[in-house]
Write a protein that binds this ligand. Structure first.
Ligand code: PDD
Length: 298
């Protein structure tokens, strides 16, 4: 599958795609984004992603409705142009070009970018063995600063956490908030299992409301796995019976070790494995030809 980039409705190969140097997305990270996965050319949970994009833009005052193109249409058009298949779609909506400075007068219209690339295969062993995480020193932004609930492209804090995690030999860092409560990974949500109960940090502790997280919580509740959003500390994760990460790109990935210590016996546990199966089945069901988007779970 070739890669394609769509800038305000014009689709080109990546090397020909460009955004103006005075775009506020470039100058200030003044943009919001979504990562969407397609299976056989069909986007999973497209409506939920578009709705979150709209909410993120609204929180930053980016005039979403003034985008020069209809974003859903451009996503579908670009995926089709790349030949469908299993793709990752990055949608970015910036406030657009404008005079340098914070004032937004004379700024815009918003720039809409859709980047479609083949989905990288998950490395061997991720699903079967799990990955290592480390609780890092970099803290998740306070919700009173750039609220983590906003999926903004201003990702430097996540990048710093990710770099620290890699230095510690971890695949994904886990960030605490200023009160030392668990929040999430640099690009994933985190879950743990304790005595058969599924637990995940509550939104009030400052994190992105992941779409995969919502699907997993919904699947657990529908299939009789007690599930709760709670305020959790680092020792809840280190001492968990099972743990896993969720994201659009990765789906569900078991956690093998935290801070170098195995989670239980260091092997994906029964609740994680059950949710992996349920998640795969939900994705298949929702993205098979003829099914309405998101129809099986809501
Ligand atoms: N990341 N938390 C953060 C900080 C994220 O960046 C992401 C997603 C998630 C998981 O959300 P979802 O299930 O809706 O993908 C949680 C995407 C994949 C990215 O950065 O490309």
């Amino acid at each position: 599958m070739p890669e394609r980039i769509n800038v305000n409705g014009t689709i080109t190969p990546p090397e020909r795609a460009a955004v103006p140097a005075l775009d506020r997305g470039f100058l200030f990270g003044d943009s919001v984004y979504e990562t969407i996965r397609t299976y056989g050319g069909r986007p999973f949970r497209l409506r939920d992603h578009l709705e979150r994009l709209r909410r993120s833009a609204e929180r930053l005052g980016i005039p979403h409705a003034a985008a020069p193109v209809e974003i859903e249409r451009e996503i579908l058009r670009t995926v089709a142009d790349a030949g469908g298949g299993d793709a990752v779609v990055r949608v970015v909506l910036s406030r657009g070009p404008g005079p340098i400075g914070y004032a937004t007068d004379g700024c815009g219209p918003p720039t809409a970018v859709v980047y479609v690339r083949p989905c990288p295969p998950l490395p061997d062993g991720w699903r079967g063995e799990g990955v290592d995480v480390a609780i890092v020193g970099v803290r998740r932004n306070s919700a009173a600063a750039l609220d983590p609930a906003i999926k903004s492209s201003n990702l430097l804090n996540n990048f710093l956490a990710w770099s620290e995690g890699r230095r510690l030999g971890a695949f994904e860092p886990i960030l605490l908030n200023a009160e030392e409560r668990l929040t999430e990974g640099a690009s994933s949500n985190v879950f743990l299992v304790r005595s058969g109960r599924l637990l995940t940090p509550r939104l009030e502790d400052g994190l992105l409301e992941g779409i995969t997280r919502a699907v997993v919580l919904d699947l657990a509740r529908r299939h009789g796995i007690p599930a709760e959003e709670a305020s959790l500390g680092p020792d809840d994760l280190r001492g968990a019976d099972e743990a896993f990460l969720t994201s659009t790109l990765k789906g569900i990935v078991p956690v093998r070790r935290c801070d170098g210590w195995p989670i239980r016996d260091g092997r994906p546990g029964p609740v994680t494995r059950r949710l992996l199966d349920l998640f795969d089945a939900a994705v298949q069901e929702e993205t098979k030809a003829g099914s309405a988007p998101g129809s099986t779970l809501r």
